[in-house]
Design a protein around this ligand. Structure first.
Ligand code: ATP
Length: 467
């Protein structure tokens, strides 16, 4: 997609999100903070519905995955053992003219130079220098050729804990977790001991993670504070191939189930793997607003690295004893890891639709009904008590079962527009005819077709449509 198109689409989605109360730039009255966002009423409803859909598939419908909610603060050694303290870095390049900041690997990728996490900074700079000599290296933002060499930038966000007078002591430094799986590894043993889980089994959790990301202009695709939904599956190495295949199928199906078109997602296979990994695939989604396929979820076979490291650094034996086979081993792990905010963006990107209705453009979010923030809006045609009374009664009944909204402001046309823009699948209009026939008009968001339904049948009607 052309550059202008993606930018235009990004602006349209971000502006709808702000105008309609989905996502706001954080701390806006103080000038904002880069790559940090707040979720408004409809944003949190949508986010919660996506989280619940994930949890349903990953925990509720399975007998081999249990839940966890571990603390954000963890013992600092956790991140030494995992390699994050020493190695969770990105190479950064600055434009001296417009002050934009880029990831050197992304910049090089634009010129077809592919590098991986482990490429030393010297080699990155050699590649950058080569492009500079060829007069090809330019700032993607302003076109200036005045770019700094790449330097290493830690993604770990530091804080400190303890009494304020201890503040400066190194031993009080804690890290805000850069991924949620660290907590899962530390609770592996308690989970086995308390829930008597036998291998293979998984632990799933949803929670905040923090990364000092360099590239910040991608709306909620890449933020410095974000939520991850991760599942770590513990198994005997002999089972890895089989289970890895199983989870790839399951995760792929999940996207299709929630309305993502099959040609909008694809697999990306990592060719260069971390030394402990045996397989790594990402699911990528073709973002209109980012102009192409970008990673949304990673599915990784991680070997026994995580539990071995935590065993070594903590001195606690994290091996598993298989009584049937009389075999003791450190469990291997495969994970599925996805960003919740990234999924909010993906579903908005897919749902955002503009349609011509007569002379006008209708903007509508065609979200899956189960994910839509509001399911039904109840709209009395006039503010007269004779209509608002029954409309509120309908609202009071429906809201017991569904996220329903009552709105009596503005013209009916404007109210439909608003509901289309927040993706409410149904609007119920209470009109003067209602007083005679005890029925209301139900409007379908996608087809705009209208149906007359008896008030007494409404609840069952929506139960049939929305569950
Ligand atoms: P990227 O290459 O996009 O930075 P990553 O490979 O570092 O991502 P992982 O560490 O594998 O990502 O994290 C797993 C998932 O967490 C990603 O697929 C993504 O959905 C989400 N995620 C990672 N970093 C961020 C972020 N800064 N903001 C939002 N989501 C994120």
């Amino acid at each position: 997609m052309a550059n202008e198109n993606k930018q235009e689409m990004m602006e349209k989605i971000a502006s709808l999100c702000k105008r309609r109360g989905f996502v706001y730039p954080s701390s806006e009255i103080y000038g904002g903070m880069q790559a940090i966002y707040d979720y408004g009423h409809y944003g949190i409803l949508l986010k919660n519905n996506i989280r619940d859909a994930w949890w349903r598939a990953m925990v509720q419908l399975r007998d081999d995955v249990v839940g966890l909610d571990s603390a954000i603060f963890m013992h600092p050694t956790t991140w030494v053992a995992s390699g994050h303290v020493g190695g969770f870095n990105d190479p950064q390049v600055d434009c001296k003219k417009c002050k934009s900041r880029f990831r050197a690997d992304h910049l090089l990728e634009e010129f077809g130079v592919i590098i991986d996490d482990k490429t030393p900074i010297e080699e990155l700079n050699k590649n950058l220098d080569k492009l500079r000599d060829e007069k090809k290296l330019k700032c993607p933002n302003c076109g200036s050729t005045d770019l700094t060499p790449a330097k290493v930038f830690s993604l770990m966000v530091k804080s400190n804990i303890g009494s304020p007078t201890d503040e400066l002591k190194e031993e009080n430094v804690v890290y805000l977790r850069p991924e949620t799986c660290g907590g899962i590894y530390l609770e592996y043993k308690n989970t086995v001991d308390s829930l008597h889980k036998k291998l293979p089994f998984g632990i799933a959790q949803v929670g905040k993670a923090f990364r000092n990301e360099i590239v910040a202009r991608q709306f909620i695709f890449r933020t410095r504070e974000f939520e991850q939904m991760e599942m770590q599956y513990f198994l005997h190495p002999d089972m890895m191939k089989d289970r890895y295949g199983h989870w790839k199928v399951e995760r792929w199906k999940w996207y299709l189930e929630y309305g993502i078109a099959e040609d909008k997602i694809r697999w990306y296979k990592h060719e260069k793997l971390a030394h402990y990994a045996s397989e790594a695939f990402d699911i990528e989604y073709d973002f209109k607003a980012l102009g192409g396929f970008k990673e949304i979820e990673g599915i990784h076979a991680r070997g026994d690295w995580d539990l071995s490291q935590h065993s070594k650094f903590s001195g606690v034996d994290l091996s598993y004893f298989d009584q049937e086979k009389n075999e003791k081993f450190i469990p291997h792990i495969m994970e599925t890891s996805v960003g919740l905010g990234r999924l909010v963006f993906m579903f908005l990107d897919q749902a955002y639709t503009e349609e011509m209705v007569g002379e006008e453009t209708r903007v509508v979010l065609k979200l899956d009904k189960r994910l839509a923030p509001v399911k039904v809006a109840i709209l009395p045609l006039s503010k007269k008590e004779e209509l608002t009374g029954p409309a509120k009664e309908i609202w009071n009944t429906l809201k017991q079962n569904f996220m329903a909204e009552y709105d009596e402001t503005q013209s009916i046309g404007k109210r439909y527009r608003r509901q289309d823009e927040i993706g409410a699948p149904y609007c119920v209009t209470v009109d003067f005819e209602t007083l005679n026939d005890q029925a209301v008009t139900v409007r379908d968001r996608d087809t705009m077709a209208q149906e007359r339904i008896k008030i007494s049948e409404l609840e069952d009607y929506f139960k049939g449509k929305l569950n």
